[in-house]
Design a protein around this ligand. Structure first.
Ligand SMILES: [Zn+2]
Length: 341
């Protein structure tokens, strides 16, 4: 993917220091950052002089491709954004790179489609639903999701979910434990992904696990029959459930984001909503080096004119479960939502 021989650029590490600041760590030829393409706590996004490679999610490319993928523009526009610092670009190179981008997108779509098809065929989530016992129902209830809603969203449970890791040529099960399982459905109700929340995770950063690595990110859509109108947008599945129940109306949607760096396909599923009341976690308002806060970036991508940002001192589901916010409090908060500026 790296085209060092085609296109001469400056050392990619210089660009990335500009964009992402000082690297978290360095090792050999690599400078490591937290990956801009997937959520992680330990930096595994390596930048070398000719481009980047994430050792977590596998994304790789050169600086031009980075601009293409993060700003969702084509090769020509990416070169413009880089400010003409890149010389010797012939029409052949432009044509090649446009074709390469098309192929990357096609491959991505195909990969996701295959994974989704497999998931539908396996109907694994039905098995998790069948596992629901008194203990599992209690675990859901502790998080503020009553039994009736557990069935409505076909929530599930895995008493001993295994995590695997490739060591050399062999796949090794390195951990297993209890999880509560959430089927992520598309509009209409078919299941695209299963998210696990471990009860006692192996590490704090491994609390959540997507069952299908290649099925892409999918939001939690509380009402799969509603694609337009007002939306309350929160971070995460369980927050979405608790907020939706508290809204207590058939006239409003509530969606939980899979992460604060959602893939483009996640944003596309939110195209029909206006207004959007966005209630992020408190830490999403922290400013990052060289750019705005995660909450601000997300509001901008959604379109500032339809987004009202609500800033709370604590997580919305905690506030509801602790009895600090009830139905009328939630509506008051939404009224207090402001445009992000
Ligand atoms: Zn990554």
């Amino acid at each position: 993917m790296m085209n060092k021989d085609d296109i001469k650029t400056r050392d990619a590490r210089e660009y990335f220091e500009n964009w992402l600041g000082e690297p978290d760590s360095k090792s050999g030829k690599w400078s490591f950052y937290l990956c801009p393409f997937h959520d992680e706590r330990t930096a595994s996004f390596g930048v070398a002089d000719d481009g980047y490679k994430c050792f977590g999610c596998g994304k790789s490319g050169d600086v031009i491709q980075y601009i293409e993928d993060t700003q969702n523009v084509d090769f020509k526009r990416a070169v413009e954004i880089l400010g003409g610092e890149i010389g010797d670009i012939t029409p052949e190179i432009v044509a090649q790179r446009l074709e390469a981008r098309k192929q990357r997108i096609d491959a991505e779509i195909e990969k996701h489609q295959l994974a989704i098809e497999r998931l539908r065929n396996e109907k694994k989530w039905i098995e998790y639903q069948q596992n629901m016992n008194q203990r599992a129902r209690g675990l859901w209830l502790q998080r503020g999701v009553a039994e009736w809603w557990q069935d409505f969203w076909s929530l599930g449970y895995a008493p001993d979910f295994p995590l695997w890791e490739k060591r050399g040529e062999e796949w090794v099960q390195w951990w297993s434990g209890e999880s509560i399982a959430i089927p992520l459905k598309s509009y209409g109700g078919s299941v695209n992904q299963i998210k696990h929340r471990f009860i006692e995770p192996p590490t704090e950063s491994r609390k959540y696990h997507q069952e299908y690595y290649n099925a892409g990110q999918h939001p939690f859509i509380a009402d799969v029959d509603r694609q337009s109108g007002a939306l309350v947008l929160v971070e995460g599945e369980i927050k979405s459930m608790v907020t939706f129940v508290t809204l207590d109306t058939a006239d409003m949607q509530c969606v939980g984001l899979p992460s604060m760096k959602p893939e483009k396909s996640v944003f596309e599923q939110l195209n029909g909503y206006d207004p959007i009341y966005f209630i992020p976690d408190p830490d999403a308002f922290k400013k990052r080096d060289g750019s705005g806060s995660a909450a601000g970036e997300l509001a901008k991508t959604l379109g500032l004119e339809r987004v009202r940002v609500v800033q709370l001192p604590q997580k919305i589901d905690d506030a509801i479960n602790d009895g600090l916010i009830d139905k009328s409090g939630l509506y008051q908060l939404m009224k207090m939502g402001r445009r992000y500026a």
